[in-house]
Write a protein that binds this ligand. Structure first.
Ligand SMILES: Nc1ncnc2c1ncn2[C@@H]1O[C@H](COP(=O)(O)OP(=O)(O)O)[C@@H](O)[C@H]1O
Ligand SMILES: [Mg+2]
Length: 424
C-alpha cells in the first residue's frame, strides 16, 4: 500500500497536519474497495484530489474517471448528462446519447457538489447505487453499469435532509465512508508551508524573486480566518507575488491583501488608512464609483446645457473642455508626455487585472458583505478617496505617472487630467 508521503508527492499535495494526513490515509485505505465515499469540507480545502487518489489507487485506474459538477449543470439537462437519452426524448434530442454512467462503466464518477442534485435525479442515482441499474431519458429499457461513486459536498447535508432537499436514504448510501478535510484555519502548521510553496511557484511563473514574509507577517498569515481556505491563500500569494516590488513582505503590507470580512469581527471602514492599498477591493470599488459619479455629473451638465441652448454647435464651442473631459481628445496640448495608445482613453470602468477576485465561493460571499457594508457605513467622500489613491500611487512610484496609471487601471492621460483637477 502506498504511503501518505508518496501520495502527497504524486498528487502535489502540500501539508502535514494531522487532519490532512488522516484524510489521505482513509482515501488510501478505501481505494481498493468499491465503497462509496463522501468527501466533506468547506470550499477550497482541496476536496477534488481525494476522488483522483481513490481512482488511481483502485483496480479501476485503467478505466474512465469522470468528474461532474452537479451544481453547474442545469436542472433540465442533468438526467440526460448522467444517464443519457434516447433519440426524440425531448426537443433537440436528434440522436441517442450515452450518459456518464454508461461511458464510465468499470471506472469512477466524481459527483462534486452532490447536494445540488435535483430530487428527481437523486431517485435515479439511488437506483444506480443500489443495483447498478439505470434508464436513459425517454427509454424504458433498463441498463446495467458498474461505476464507483465518490461524491463531495461543502453543504450541510443534515440541514438539506431536514429541509427535504436531499433524500436521507441517498445520503446514507453515498456516505458509507466519510472523508473530512478540515478548514485551513484548523491546519495551522500547513498555512506557512502552503504559502511558501505558492510563492515559489508564482516566482517561477512570473520570473521574479520569491517573496518572503517577515516574522510578523507570518503571524498575520496564521491568525487569518481563511474562509476561502487554500484557494484563497493561493490567490493572496499570487497577488502579493505579482504586485509587491519590495520582495520582503511586512505584516502591514500583507494585511492590505486580506479582507477584513471573513474574520469573525464585524468589518468597519478604517478611518486611518495607513494600511490600505489598491489591491483591496473596497478601494477599487470606490474608484469605479467615483469615476462613474464624475462622468454622470459631467453628462448631466452637458445635457442641461443642450436643453437650454438648443444648439449643438454652441454647446460644443462653449463646453469644449467638458466634452474633452468626458470623451477624451487626441489633440490635448496640455499633455506633455507621449501617449502610446490614445484609445486607452475610453476605459471608464476598467479595473486592474489583479482585482479579478478569486473563484472561491466564500470570496463571493465576502463581496456581498462588502457591498452591504458600503451601503450602511459609507460616509467618506469619494473624491477624497480618489485623491488619496492617486497620491499614494504617485508616491509609491516616485512620481512616475506611467507606473501609477497602470496601477490605478486608468490611462496616463486620465491620470494627468486628475492631477490637474486636484492640483497635485
Ligand atoms: N494540500 C494542498 N496542497 C497544494 N494545493 C492544494 C492543496 N489543497 C488544495 N490545493 C489547491 O487549492 C485549490 C482548491 O482546491 P479544490 O480541491 O478545488 O477545493 P474544493 O474542491 O474543496 O473547493 C486548488 O487549486 C488545489 O490545487
Ligand atoms: Mg471543488
Amino acid at each position: 500500500m502506498e504511503s501518505v508521503q508518496t501520495i502527497k508527492q504524486r498528487f502535489g499535495i502540500i501539508g502535514n497536519s494531522p487532519g490532512l494526513n488522516r484524510a489521505l490515509e482513509k482515501a488510501i485505505q478505501v481505494a481498493p474497495t468499491d465503497i462509496s465515499v463522501l468527501v466533506t469540507g468547506e470550499s477550497g480545502v482541496g476536496k477534488e484530489s481525494i476522488p483522483k487518489i481513490i481512482h488511481q489507487l483502485s483496480h479501476r485506474k485503467h478505466n474512465k474517471y469522470i468528474a461532474v459538477n452537479c451544481g453547474a449543470i442545469p436542472e433540465g439537462t442533468i438526467d440526460s448528462e448522467l444517464f443519457g437519452h434516447e433519440k426524440g426524448a425531448f426537443t433537440g434530442a436528434t440522436q441517442t446519447r450515452q450518459g456518464y454512467f454508461e461511458v464510465a462503466d468499470g471506472g469512477t464518477i466524481f459527483l462534486d457538489e452532490v447536494g445540488e442534485l435535483p430530487l428527481t435525479t437523486q431517485v435515479r442515482l439511488l437506483r444506480v447505487l443500489e443495483n447498478g441499474e439505470f434508464i436513459k431519458v425517454g427509454s424504458s429499457k433498463v441498463q446495467k453499469t458498474n461505476v464507483r461513486i465518490v461524491a463531495a459536498t461543502n453543504a450541510n447535508m443534515h440541514e438539506a435532509i431536514d429541509k427535504e432537499k436531499f433524500r436521507e436514504d441517498l445520503y446514507y448510501r453515498l456516505s458509507t465512508v466519510d472523508i473530512h478535510l478540515p478548514p485551513l484555519r484548523q491546519r495551522q502548521e500547513d498555512i506557512h508551508l502552503l504559502f511558501r510553496k505558492f510563492a515559489s511557484d508564482f516566482a517561477l511563473k512570473y520570473k521574479m524573486p520569491t517573496i518572503k514574509l517577515t516574522d510578523n507577517a507570518v503571524e498575520v498569515l496564521l491568525k487569518h480566518r481563511w474562509s476561502g481556505n487554500i484557494r484563497q491563500l493561493r490567490n493572496v500569494a499570487e497577488q502579493v507575488s505579482v504586485l509587491e516590488q519590495n520582495r520582503t513582505i511586512t505584516a502591514q503590507v500583507l494585511r492590505g491583501y486580506l479582507p477584513t470580512v471573513g474574520s469573525n469581527l464585524p468589518a468597519v471602514i478604517k478611518t486611518s488608512k495607513s494600511e490600505s492599498d489598491f489591491s483591496s477591493e473596497r478601494e477599487i470599488l470606490y474608484k469605479v464609483l467615483f469615476d462613474m459619479k464624475n462622468d454622470l455629473n459631467d453628462l448631466k451638465k452637458l445635457t442641461m446645457e443642450l436643453m437650454k441652448s438648443g444648439s449643438v454647435k454652441d454647446v460644443e464651442k462653449n463646453h469644449e473642455g467638458l466634452i474633452q473631459k468626458i470623451y477624451g481628445s487626441d489633440d490635448d496640448d496640455d499633455v506633455d508626455e507621449v501617449f502610446e495608445d490614445s484609445t486607452e482613453d475610453t476605459e471608464v470602468l476598467s479595473i486592474p487585472e489583479h482585482t479579478s477576485v478569486s473563484e472561491a465561493p466564500s470570496n463571493i460571499i465576502d463581496k456581498y458583505h462588502f457591498a452591504e457594508e458600503i451601503e450602511e457605513e459609507e460616509t467618506l467622500s469619494l473624491q477624497d478617496k480618489e485623491l488619496e489613491l492617486i497620491k499614494k500611487s504617485l508616491e509609491r512610484h516616485n512620481g512616475k505617472r506611467k507606473l501609477a496609471a497602470a496601477e490605478l487601471g486608468i490611462s496616463e492621460r486620465t491620470l494627468y487630467r486628475k492631477i490637474k483637477q486636484y492640483d497635485l
